[in-house]
Write a protein that binds this ligand. Structure first.
Ligand code: AMP
Length: 192
């Protein structure tokens, strides 16, 4: 099986998590979600969780140093040596720079960055649906609004960086989950 290192980009509610899980399953690579790692640290009450709780619940970003350490540790695990799909990281230019260095150290360059594109209105509807199902503390209308602002300011610029490196592929996330996944698989066939 060809090795794949993938970054998922996209606004809140664009479907990164859903698609990342399916990519991970289909390609036998770990799905690495910093949001999930933070939520379980918060649930466990660990030191990381205590530092992150209020920030995550407000929709802001935890400090780069904190999350870069989490990712450094996770990417150094043996199951990540044959590739991975990163979901929710990087989210700032500082994190991009840290990831670039880390991937050089690990000799594991990114093959592709998939940016899922979805109108905000549709994304918000999907997120409020998810809130009803999963009870995420940061899926309230107020916090969702803040997460979009944070995304625009801090994360959206990342797509230009990856575009300039020639590895960005933008995917329309408005069709059904299955159709979006089929499109992603077509793209991955092309890079593998
Ligand atoms: P997510 O599940 O990816 O939407 O992440 C949920 C929340 O976790 C975000 O709103 C942030 O508060 C925090 N978080 C997740 N990933 C990062 C990251 N790479 N940098 C900073 N904060 C993050």
């Amino acid at each position: 099986m060809s090795e794949l290192s993938i970054v998922m980009l996209g606004a809140p509610g664009a479907g990164k998590g859903t698609q990342a899980v399916r990519i991970a399953e289909a390609h036998g690579i770990p799905h690495i979600s910093t949001g999930e790692m933070l939520r379980s640290a918060i649930a466990a009450g660990s030191e990381l969780g205590q530092k992150a709780k209020e920030i995550v619940e407000s929709g802001a970003l935890v400090p780069d140093e904190l999350i870069v350490e989490v990712i450094r540790e996770r990417l150094s695990q043996p199951d990540a040596s044959g590739g991975f799909v990163l979901d929710g990281f990087p989210r700032t230019i500082g994190q991009v720079e840290a990831l670039d260095l880390l991937l050089v150290e690990l000799a594991r360059p990114l093959e592709v960055v998939l940016e899922l594109e979805l109108e905000q209105e549709t994304a918000v509807e999907r997120m409020l649906g998810r809130a009803a199902e999963q009870g995420r503390a940061d899926d309230t209308p107020e916090v969702i609004k803040n997460r979009f602002e944070v995304y625009r300011r801090q994360t959206e610029p990342l797509s230009n960086y990856y575009r300039s490196k020639g590895i960005l592929v933008v995917i329309d996330s408005s069709p059904s989950m299955d159709e979006v996944f089929a499109e992603i698989e077509r793209v991955l066939d092309g890079v593998a």
